[in-house]
Design a protein around this ligand. Sequence first.
Ligand code: HEC
Length: 126
Amino acid sequence: MIHRALLTGLTSIFMLTSAAAIADPASDEKAKKMASNAGCFTCHSLKHQEAKDGSKPIGPAWEDVSVQYKNKPGAADFLTRVVLEGSNPYSSHWNKKVSGIAMPPNAVAITEGDARQVVFWILSLK
Ligand code: HEC
């Protein structure tokens, strides 16, 4: 019984992973919409931007996130947790590169499944 549940869980993870691995404009648009509805773009841009006045963005550009985490094992799981639970204000992963505020937990704004899809999309950006 436990094995069956585990297998079902693993299968859906694989399905999600392979779905994200195929560049699919429709699912990219869907992920973008989910992010937009959840308010992610209040603090994130897609592309890296240098402000003329030298000020730092609130959160890292998602293309930069993609570059930073792309081929790291477990990155999708890890980032999904950070998105849902928020980042640790005392150990920023973007020290000195962004505003320095912590990302608040987003579990109120987005479901775990949707967060995972947005993260897969972010990781596919660069
Ligand atoms: C109130 C501003 C704010 C909102 C809203 C916000 N973020 Fe963030 N996000 C941040 C900040 C600030 C960081 C950098 C955290 C750090 O320094 O470790 C960050 C980091 C991240 C990272 C990288 C995490 C890491 O540990 O490197 C991802 C991925 C991310 N956000 C995705 C999202 C998604 C998806 C949403 C919407 C559901 C979202 N963010 C909404 C501010 C925000």
